[in-house]
Write a protein that binds this ligand. Structure first.
Ligand code: ATP
Ligand code: MG
Length: 333
């Protein structure tokens, strides 16, 4: 039998996590915590400062995100949940890995191109180095499996390349991780612009369903989702809006897209949207309700995070020591 995976994934503390994050990433984290040995989940505040932000708001949104993850079912007893900046090994490894990262590779990253085009005041060097920090996050734990949405494919490829280059240059030290992209729902699209992924920073309010949205807000957003001029509930290249709604329905109702198409073969778009809305309301309600209980107790959230950071450090510190040693940094061990 092969050994159990070391699972690692990071999520930004934007607070307002959306249905795409929930379906593409958070759902996989919850599933992974009993498979991973360990399963490590990191709330990446250092990634969040790569674009314009407000310091006080970052702290608030950080707690929002922590409470959402716990409400979704992450259990600090069964996984390692921590704040990225609490474990300094991430930033140190970022610099060390930047020495084996090709500038040209970073320049090709589509996320950098998209996000830098949206910055009004400053395109920070942090935004450019974002994938190196992300590589450090994962490689610091010798993770073997990284559950993410489809949009992170390119970044995972790059971190594999960085690990390969490090190992070639300094000897076998780091592990090339595999990405784990869900079969269904890896790319939930914006409801108003179904050609674009649902996003925290790029999307508008009407096109984005938030995990914490009230039922009526969810009904309204799904009710006004952009579709097409046809009338058939089926997937198709020219039917981005309906295809997206079919995927959402399949995940929210625990079914699959073909069954959804069959179930709604006689339905009009209006009725179909109503059904997707009700399924989504039911799908998200337990998370919203548990969130309301968990969010107010910031001390309890900090306590859970502190425990997670300690466990994370215990794994990352010896790996960092090995990396430094291989690179000739510091006195010989
Ligand atoms: P931003 O747009 O600012 O990058 P985001 O919405 O992508 O924010 P992140 O915290 O960067 O949020 O992503 C967390 C996880 O959610 C990642 O694994 C990412 O791949 C996944 N994800 C993001 N958007 C979607 C989506 N529309 N569908 C499925 N998964 C998604
Ligand atoms: Mg993202």
């Amino acid at each position: 039998m092969s050994s159990p995976p070391v699972i690692f994934s990071g999520i930004q503390p934007t607070g307002r996590k959306h249905l795409g994050n929930y379906i593409g990433a958070i759902r996989q984290y919850v599933e992974g915590q009993d498979r991973g040995e360990p399963a490590i989940f990191c709330i990446v505040d250092l990634h969040a400062i790569s674009v314009a932000y407000d310091p006080a708001e970052l702290r608030e949104r950080f707690y929002d995100t922590t409470a959402i993850l716990l409400a979704a079912g992450l259990d600090p007893e069964r996984c390692i949940l921590f704040r990225q900046s609490d474990v300094r090994e991430h930033t140190e490894l970022t610099w060390l890995l930047s020495a084996v990262t090709a500038h040209g590779d970073l320049n090709r990253m589509t996320q950098f191109k998209d996000k830098s085009a949206r910055q009004r005041e400053l395109v920070s060097a942090a935004l450019f180095l974002y994938p190196v920090l992300q590589a450090a996050d994962v490689l610091a734990y010798r993770a073997t499996e990284v559950p993410v949405g489809e949009d992170q494919r390119q970044h995972i490829e790059l971190m594999r390349e960085i690990a390969r280059r490090f190992n070639e240059r300094f000897g076998e030290t780091l592990v090339e991780p595999e990405h784990l992209i869900p079969e269904l729902g890896a790319r939930i699209m914006d409801l108003q612009e179904p050609e674009r992924k649902m996003s925290t920073t790029a999307g508008g309010e009407a096109g984005t369903v938030y995990v914490l949205d009230e039922p009526d807000a969810i009904r309204k957003k799904l009710g006004s989702a952009v579709t097409d001029s046809g009338r058939e509930v089926r997937r198709g290249e020219d039917k981005a809006g309906i295809t997206n709604l079919i995927d959402i329905m399949a995940v929210a109702s625990g079914s699959d897209p073909a069954t959804v198409e069959g179930d709604f073969s006689d339905a009009g778009y209006g009725d179909f949207k109503k059904a997707v809305a009700e399924a989504t309301v039911e799908f998200l309600a337990p998370v919203r309700e548990r969130y309301a209980d968990l969010r107010p107790d910031e001390r309890a959230l900090e306590a859970a995070l502190a425990e997670g950071a300690e466990k994370a450090r215990a794994i990352a510190a010896p790996i960092l020591a090995e990396v430094r040693d291989r690179m000739g940094i510091g006195p010989q061990r």
